[in-house]
Write a protein that binds this ligand. Sequence first.
Ligand code: AMP
Length: 454
Amino acid sequence: MEFKDLKLDARIQSAILGAGFTKPTEIQSRAIPIVLAGSDLMASAQTGTGKTAAFVLPALNRLLKASKKSGNGPRALVLTPTRELALQINQHVRQLSRGSKISSGSIVGGMAYHPQLKMLRGRLDFLVATPGRLLDHMEQRKVDFSRIEILVLDEADRMLDMGFIDAVTEIAAAMPKDRQTLLFSATLEGPVLKVANQLLKSPKRLSLAANNQRHQLIQQVMYHADSKAHKQKLLEFHLKSGRIFKSLIFTATKRGAEQMARALQVKEIKSAALHGDMSQNKRRQMVENLRKGRIETLVATDVAARGLDIKDISHVINFDLPTVAEDYIHRIGRTGRASATGYAISLVGPADWNKLSQIEKLIGEKVKREIVDGLEPTSGEPRKTPKARARPVARAKSRLKTAKTAQTKKTKKSKMSANDASGAAPYKPGSWRKSKPATKRTKSRATKPTRKAA
Ligand code: AMP
């Protein structure tokens, strides 16, 4: 399918061209006709699939027709879990509405109230917001929802995880009943389905094999570490290997992120921390520093890195594995964007095995084991991890079934040498350099993308 087949307004078509999009992604070609036809929609699709444009484009198309209602209030509202995501979606709206005279803006926490109030008083067609701050304005009767025609719940699963359920339902309840509602989520099960049943009217449903498609571009490996100090050595080895172009390191805590960024600076690795305690401006500045290459690595917590869209992040490194397996998918989705090959490295310490096993259940395959010469673990991998805290992994189960045929029976270990670091060409996205040829102890499949479950 081509963009011209989607029957979007000519002004939007030219903005699409201006954005450099040549062909619609799968979610775009499947979702846009449904939204243009006026149906409610629930779709499982994640960041990196082009889902933002999948709802922004048909929403803009709708806004090009004059509103039947008078007033200044927004006609389209996107609710999204984090500030970064909201700001990015707003940028997308601006980019795709170029030449359309559609006004747009964002309302997010951590920013001054006054400019937001000023914006809400003026004409605003397209609003992107995080639920907490928008509810604040709503309770003070500063937002006029009477003209809303289309409501988008973006990353609905994450909004629920973050405790925004009441805010979302309260906001939705304040909107005209005849609106169109779209819900995008990594999963369409459990609490998300409940919310969808509550807020959507006879929705069409789209399920994309998004994770698998996207993650074919991401090579995932793990290194077994004996301790935190061992993890630190492995991390420094990788950061100094010359293969990493731009990286995002995940830690479990804000303090951990701060400490790690400082420790790396001491080792002359240009790095900075990114976490929820930093002001919005500071966070934006750090992201820009990484985007522009002023630093090589950002050490982040999950909340801060949500929605981050930097096209050339070559590596995501999980220094601490996420407690919630789904976050692993979100994290590694920060690399391998816009068709570049990405690389996801997980450092698995004694306390991480349960988390790893939940992640492997969710993605439906074993993460490839690798060792670094000179930095091998002293202990073996636990044969069986104790039962982990139950997480809803229904999606994983169905994927696991399919995965069984595709998955290799045994986990293969491959080995990198610490000596590989010397003289290695700098890593560029899409140009993953082969590991050393197999030696006696090496059964390397490191360069071959593992087949993902369908
Ligand atoms: P998203 O999944 O919405 O976060 O989008 C991921 C990235 O893909 C963003 O950088 C978009 O600008 C880009 N993108 C979205 N749609 C297309 C398309 N049809 N062709 C190429 N890139 C796209």
